[in-house]
Design a protein around this ligand. Structure first.
Ligand code: CUA
Length: 353
């Protein structure tokens, strides 16, 4: 509701698949593990309903049975206890608790023990987006900054593409603070911790067609925590590689200017999370609006004019010449952008007037 007021998309807008807006609906379960968790959840719920009915039922029965007689008083016999009854109401629930523990523990261990042949995907959280890398596919990368797209969302791109029927192991980490990668349709969430790797795995169930569902950061990580959203796209195994290559390609299109291409590079690299481009206000990083030619005070007391060389150096190695007043929070892009993309990025920043 609050998200909707802020103009953020509803769950049903992010995924095209049947995400119900009903507050009573169970989420779709898109892995066997998710179905197993739902089974346990339903089991516990049914157990709770039965216990509730028994306790409240007994209460009403006794209220009726021992109500005040119409006239006079009714004397109660002295009551001590019933060993058999007390044993029963302790032992029976204890058995169910052990069942719940064992069921949950087995599922939990299973969830964090990927099979040996699982495909590995790296997921890195940073303020305020997710970068997803495919080491088996030339380290190609997706970024949640493109998840919703702009102008009606035509250029939206999934944050995570996974093949169905293939075990996938996610290796999570963070560049700055603790985030948490939550994929509701797989019933999986785990912290992404700086300086450490955490993992979980899933195998999407097969349906033969592509489906999309939301994913979230679910650890409050700062003021733009709520913008760390994206979506997972589950595709048939045969289409996976082609879809991944298509979604991760970043090159000049026909009829596109360098500035336009640079704008796409800027966006898909996650830059808009920290740099304004249409007003001079600073965010986590300095605004790039009308920045070209500006003289910046650096943290070491010197100053520098923003030109091609400075932008290039700052993108590849952001801490080389830090602007005064900012924390070193920007990731280095050395090895992540090629020269064509860098040239376009520079052309784009120069065009921000
Ligand atoms: Cu990242 Cu919340």
């Amino acid at each position: 509701m609050i998200l909707a007021l802020m103009g953020a998309p509803k769950a049903s807008d992010v995924g095209t698949a049947p995400m119900s807006d009903s507050p009573w609906a169970l989420l779709p379960a898109m892995s066997k593990n998710a179905q197993a968790i739902d089974d346990l959840y339903v089991f516990i719920t049914v157990l709770c309903v039965i216990s509730f009915l028994m306790v409240v039922g007994a209460m009403f029965y006794f209220m009726w049975k021992y109500k005040k007689p119409e006239s006079g008083h009714r004397k109660t016999h002295p009551i001590t206890h019933s060993g058999r009854l007390e044993f029963a109401w302790s032992a029976i629930p204890a058995v169910f608790l052990v069942v719940i523990f064992a069921w949950g523990e087995i599922g939990f261990v299973e969830q964090f023990s990927p099979p040996d042949d699982a495909m590995t995907i790296y997921v890195t959280g940073q303020k305020w987006d997710w970068t997803v890398r495919y080491p088996d596919f030339n380290n190609r990368e997706l970024n949640s900054a493109n998840a919703l797209g702009k102008d009606g969302g035509e250029d939206r791109k999934p944050t995570l593409i996974v093949p169905e029927g293939v075990p996938v192991r996610l290796v999570l980490t963070s560049r700055d603070v603790i985030h948490s990668f939550f994929i509701p349709v797989f019933r999986l969430k785990r912290d992404a911790v700086p300086g450490r790797y955490t993992t979980y795995w899933f195998e999407a169930i097969e349906s033969g067609e592509a489906r999309e569902y939301p994913l979230f950061c679910t650890e409050y990580c700062g003021d733009e925590h709520s913008s760390m959203i994206g979506y997972v796209r589950i595709v048939p195994r045969a289409d996976f590689e082609a879809e991944l290559l298509e979604a991760t390609k970043l090159e000049l299109k026909d009829g596109e200017t360098m500035e336009q291409f640079g704008g796409r590079v800027f966006k898909s690299s996650g830059c808009p999370s920290c740099h304004n481009v249409d007003n001079p206000e600073k965010k986590t990083g300095p605004s790039l609006f009308q920045a070209w030619g500006r003289t910046e005070q650096l943290a070491d007391g010197s100053s520098i004019q923003i030109d091609e060389n400075y932008v290039r150096e700052s993108v590849l190695d952001p801490t080389a010449k830090m602007v005064a007043g900012y924390a070193p929070q920007m990731p280095a892009f050395a090895g992540r952008l090629n020269d064509d993309q860098l040239d376009a990025l520079i052309a784009y920043i120069r065009s921000l007037k």
